[in-house]
Design a protein around this ligand. Structure first.
Ligand SMILES: *[C@@H]1O[C@H](CO)[C@@H](O)[C@H](O)[C@H]1NC(C)=O
Ligand SMILES: *[C@@H]1O[C@H](CO)[C@@H](O)[C@H](O)[C@H]1NC(C)=O
Ligand SMILES: *[C@@H]1O[C@H](CO)[C@@H](O)[C@H](O)[C@H]1NC(C)=O
Ligand SMILES: *[C@@H]1O[C@H](CO)[C@@H](O)[C@H](O)[C@H]1NC(C)=O
Ligand SMILES: *[C@@H]1O[C@H](CO)[C@@H](O)[C@H](O)[C@H]1NC(C)=O
Ligand SMILES: *[C@@H]1O[C@H](CO)[C@@H](O)[C@H](O)[C@H]1NC(C)=O
Length: 321
């Protein structure tokens, strides 16, 4: 029997994978699991939350029941088959843009971006997107897929009866001229938000960092009210409590209707006004009105002024005695 030298088996040339500049549009891994879709709510009676720990820096494409692209708006927790769904905080690139970087956010505990990572995205000429996805640092994170509305005959109210598509408000036509992508309001002027802008499906909202809350305009942030902030706006003392805070006044003064400033108690009668100020608050000052013959009279504990509305004028003056 002829002997085959063993070394002949070793003459195999191996081209290192890295030297082949593969286009990610043709060399990608499909993510097609139905539970990955944004419509899939986590139901722990059906099984434990899933985890993308097998995703590891390769190029991926969302296909089949997983959806056709990543959602570009915040997905509430306990969707996409897991606790912390990962969405793309930014819009998809155009076919000519090549590979672009985007931030991907994981939402959890009411925070749309509790954790973030950078992903790479490319628009392929075939009308789909591929993503280079990093391995999530912890479970339970899953990269979500989403079905965007396709603007065709079945398109529910968002197409005109012409060859041109019209997308519904909050969405805009993608580069394929068919898909209605979510409009990312946060990309223009941060949505007008002074701090954090969170893009939502067909909408957006502003959020504030720790210690601050959204003001009435729903865009700017203001400090959470309390005695620690500008004495709670109180003119005198501020008393903090578990429920909030309240302003307090020195003895002899009363809290005015704005609940923040202390004022001298005033008694309004039909023809006169009576004012009574504790003497220690007046100190060495003399109280009188525009008509200086209308002046405060001290009875030992208080300085009292009773003035006629007709003859005294209504401006109180202070002057050193
Ligand atoms: C992204 O994560 C880094 C650190 O992990 C953090 O410093 C940064 O603020 C995060 N960005 C957002 C928008 O959450
Ligand atoms: C659009 O779809 C919704 C539910 O998906 C349905 O209730 C509604 O009637 C549809 N509208 C039109 C114009 O087809
Ligand atoms: C999304 O990214 C933008 C720009 O990088 C940032 O201002 C915004 O705060 C991010 N959104 C969230 C929810 O973190
Ligand atoms: C002042 O406090 C009272 C009682 O707590 C409340 O009913 C009222 O609305 C407050 N007024 C203002 C201007 O906040
Ligand atoms: C002084 O006048 C005030 C207000 O009328 C009254 O409450 C107070 O009891 C008076 N003090 C004395 C010592 O009469
Ligand atoms: C000032 O007030 C006194 C007392 O009410 C009154 O008699 C007098 O006429 C007033 N003077 C003027 C200029 O109004």
């Amino acid at each position: 029997m002829p002997q085959v030298p063993l070394f002949t088996c070793l003459f195999i040339t191996v081209t290192p994978l890295s030297s082949l500049a593969l286009d990610p549009c043709s060399a990608y891994i499909s993510l097609n699991e139905p539970w990955r879709n944004t419509d899939h709510e986590l139901d722990e009676s059906q099984g434990p939350p899933l985890c993308d720990n097998h995703v590891d820096g390769e190029w991926y494409r969302f296909t089949g029941m997983a959806g056709d692209a990543m959602p570009t708006f915040c997905i509430p927790e306990n969707h996409c088959g897991t606790h912390a769904p990962v969405w793309l905080n930014g819009s998809h690139p155009l076919p000519g843009d090549g590979i672009v970087q985007r931030q991907a956010c994981a939402s959890f505990k009411g925070n749309c971006c509790l954790w973030n990572t950078t992903v790479e995205v490319k628009a392929c000429s075939g009308g789909y997107y591929v993503y280079r996805l990093a391995k999530p640092s912890v479970c339970f994170h899953v990269y979500c897929g989403h079905f965007y509305d396709i603007c065709d005959e079945d398109c529910n109210g968002s197409c005109l009866d012409t060859s041109e598509c019209t997308c519904s408000p909050g969405t805009m036509l993608g580069p394929d001229g068919q898909t209605c992508f979510d409009e990312n309001e946060c990309e223009r002027d941060n949505g007008g938000c002074s701090e954090i802008c969170v893009n939502l499906k067909h909408a957006y909202r502003c959020e504030c960092g720790a210690g601050r809350v959204l003001a009435k305009d729903r865009k700017t942030c203001e400090d959470i009210e309390g005695c620690h902030n500008n004495n709670g706006g109180c003119s005198h003392s501020c008393l903090g409590s578990e429920k909030g805070y309240q302003c307090e006044c020195p003895r002899g003064l009363v809290l005015s209707e704005d609940n923040h400033t202390c004022q001298v108690p005033v008694l309004c009668k039909s023809s006169a006004i009576e004012v009574s100020v504790p003497r220690e608050l007046v100190g060495g000052l003399e109280l009188f009105l525009t008509n200086t013959s209308c002046r405060g009279v001290s009875n030992g504990t208080h300085v009292n002024i009773v003035f006629s509305l007709k003859t005294c004028g209504t401006v109180v003056d202070l002057r050193l005695r």
